[in-house]
Design a protein around this ligand. Structure first.
Ligand SMILES: [Zn+2]
Length: 247
């Protein structure tokens, strides 16, 4: 048994015994881990905030190779999500980020770039109202970090660089140009410059007010269906996002 100190982002809270709470936490140094907070429900409200999904928490816990859940010795809240929770759109966006990381990462498989991406996205939720653009930015960076998606596109068939409209077939991210696109593919109008813009600029400096939202939403939905199919999972929060955002 070894005492470990780390900061982590709470992905999911798992109520177990009456007084205890377990939480799946994406830690900076060791990736996803399940930690057990004993007797937590008897404590003060402030302490409970530390295990709310989205909270960034500093934890000291007993690591034991033989176990799948580790007892927490002490913890302190570094960043809370209270202001996010007061805003429904921000909250469901947060749930989407957490669910993607929770369902697509393995235990004990650290990725500090992914940790920073998730932490940065949570912090940005309080600084923007452009939630759809933030979702697109998060997913694109996430796909790049995990090595799934490039930020420069070349047609799958003729290898010509694609600079404006993008064509993709269902559950796939293989790009086609206008000339080679099969007739069952989906068209995303002028999306490539937006993708390049997002991948090369800081989120808060993007001139995203000019982006065509219906096209962005269509593209986000395509990316989420791709993630579902690629990882054989089901991202539940996309239903929340798409019941609310398409206006
Ligand atoms: Zn082509």
């Amino acid at each position: 048994m070894e005492l470990q100190k780390d900061s982590g982002i709470v992905l999911r809270k798992i109520p177990i015994l009456e007084a205890d709470i377990a939480a799946t936490i994406y830690t900076n140094s060791h990736g996803k881990r399940t930690l057990l907070f004993k007797g937590l429900k008897k404590t003060k409200r402030r302490s409970l905030t530390a295990v709310e999904p989205g909270s960034v928490t500093h934890v000291v816990y007993y690591y034991n190779e033989q176990k799948t859940m580790y007892n927490v010795k002490e913890y302190s809240l570094l960043y809370d999500t209270i202001s996010i929770r007061n805003n429904y759109q921000a909250m469901i966006t947060l749930f989407l980020f957490l669910e993607i990381v929770e369902k697509t990462t393995g235990h004990n498989d650290p990725n500090q770039t992914l940790f920073r991406l998730l932490k940065g996205a949570i912090e940005t939720l309080t600084k923007t109202s452009q939630y759809q653009i933030l979702i697109l930015s998060f997913i694109l960076h996430y796909l790049k970090i995990t090595g799934i998606y490039p930020d420069v596109f070349h047609c799958t068939v003729c290898h010509k660089e694609i600079t404006s409209d993008l064509y993709l077939s269902e559950f796939s991210l293989h790009p086609y140009c206008d000339a080679c696109a099969p007739n069952y593919s989906f068209q995303f109008l002028a999306i490539v410059p937006i993708i390049k813009d997002i991948m090369t600029n800081k989120f808060l400096s993007l001139e995203s007010k000019h982006y065509p939202l219906p096209e962005i939403n269509k593209f986000i939905f395509h990316l989420l269906l791709f993630i579902d199919s690629y990882f054989t999972i089901h991202i539940n929060s996309k239903e929340l996002i798409f019941n609310n955002s398409i206006k």
